[in-house]
Design a protein around this ligand. Structure first.
Ligand SMILES: Nc1ncnc2c1ncn2[C@@H]1O[C@H](COP(=O)(O)OP(=O)(O)OP(=O)(O)O)[C@@H](O)[C@H]1O
Length: 248
């Protein structure tokens, strides 16, 4: 079964068509990447999957539920992190996690926060206001918030943005382990192609609101006659669509 099915979905903001008639599905238990240049429509797509934005047309099914009709049934089973969503800045990290934990109805919330604090190394700043954290510390708190309810579906918008290479590497390993342990489905939007090659079984490439290519990293690299996903990304961004054109 698919964890996500998106069928003929478009989203317009006034005259801007941010997402233009896309269809795709995400296999349960997979890690899928949503790639594309700035403004390609990735965040808009993730927001529609989360039910934060309503499509202008088309249908989104998440964990078997139609998001237009039953999104409240499915919201407790998913979660997300985004560097663009600020947590309340005056609340401490612990207070923030407590508020979100109550919203998600987490059992043994104190224990869960202690566990995440240890796993994501939040102890040094857990009683500091969220507004007084470094960018990398905020990212880690956002990831802890996203894991509070042990989601079956995790949507990650640039999960390693602002993290130093060592912490970013550790976070990637953490999510791979989380998926292996829980069978969760992960969808991530990322500009880091090495991260995508390491973590993802499937890649959806967006450009100007449309899905222009998809496949496993190995499949895409092979079809474009390239060595890395970064080179494939550049070929697509620069309209060098065929392997024969791509070798220059
Ligand atoms: N609320 C909004 N009102 C008007 N236009 C919007 C709105 N949100 C997004 N857009 C436009 O929709 C298009 C897609 O934006 P989106 O944020 O989905 O892209 P993205 O692929 O996530 O880009 P980035 O990599 O820069 O984060 C862009 O042209 C953007 O300017």
């Amino acid at each position: 079964m698919s964890a996500i099915q998106v069928r003929s979905v478009s989203k317009a903001f006034g005259s801007v068509l941010a997402v233009d008639d896309i269809s795709f599905s995400v296999a349960t238990g997979s890690t899928t990447a949503l790639l594309g240049g700035n403004g390609a429509g990735k965040t808009t797509t993730l927001s529609m999957v989360l039910g934060l934005l309503i499509p202008s047309s088309g249908a989104v099914t998440v964990l078997g539920e139609d998001m237009a009709r039953h999104r409240y049934r499915v919201l407790p089973r998913l979660n997300f992190s985004s560097p663009y969503v600020e947590l309340p800045l005056r609340l401490t990290v612990r207070q923030n996690l407590t508020v979100y934990g109550h919203l998600y109805g987490v059992d043994d919330l104190k224990g869960r926060i202690a566990q995440l604090s240890e796993e994501l190394e939040l102890a040094d700043f857990i009683d500091r206001p969220a507004g007084k954290l470094s960018a990398g510390q905020k990212t880690r708190v956002g990831l802890a918030k996203a894991l509070l309810n042990q989601p079956e579906l995790l949507l990650l918008d640039e999960p390693t943005a602002s993290l130093d290479p060592d912490t970013a590497d550790w976070v990637r390993g953490y999510f791979q382990d989380y998926r292996a342990r829980t069978g969760a489905t992960i969808v991530l939007a990322s500009h880091n192609m090495t991260e995508v090659e390491r973590m993802c079984d499937h890649v959806l490439i967006m450009k100007q609101g449309r899905i222009v290519d998809q496949g496993s990293p190995t499949d895409l690299i092979g079809r474009f006659g390239r060595d890395t996903l970064e080179e494939v990304f550049l070929d697509i961004a620069r309209n060098r669509r065929h392997p024969a054109e791509a070798v220059s």
